[in-house]
Design a protein around this ligand. Structure first.
Ligand SMILES: [Zn+2]
Length: 129
């Protein structure tokens, strides 16, 4: 996925979130994002794209903080979880079974938003998507 598309997607989510506070516009200071390591996203690239995109919007000055989520697979043969590696072809170390199930590592979602509304600061936990 491309960072630009991703940023557009993020901005849409933020717009949606903002509507929940209408008619006031929350002043966002930080957006915490969960990014799986299996999403092919370059965190620095995403932060740069974000900074450019929000510059002239209601989100100007909002910082994007990325928390990366390591890839975790589940072996469908023995039900154990493991950290897949490209070197091993993402096979499970227990049964050498090809990766079929991903437990985590593909997420790209807003974990929380730090913002203030008419001078009162709070933190909002975004629902999982
Ligand atoms: Zn196994």
């Amino acid at each position: 996925m491309h960072e630009v598309d991703m940023t557009r997607c993020l901005l849409l989510s933020m717009e949606e979130w903002k509507r929940g506070h209408a008619p006031a516009t929350p002043k966002v200071t930080t957006v915490h994002l969960l990014v799986g390591s299996f999403t092919c996203v370059e965190p620095e690239q995403l932060v740069t794209t974000w900074q450019v995109a929000v510059q002239s919007s209601w989100l100007a000055g909002a910082r994007l903080v990325i928390e990366s989520v390591p890839l975790l697979g589940r072996c469908v043969l023995c039900n154990g979880t493991y950290a897949p590696s490209a070197e091993q072809g993402y096979r499970s170390p227990c049964c050498k079974h090809p990766m079929e199930e991903i437990v985590q590592g593909r997420e790209l979602k807003i974990r929380s938003i730090d913002y203030s509304l008419s001078g009162q600061s709070s933190s909002h936990l975004a629902p999982c998507r």
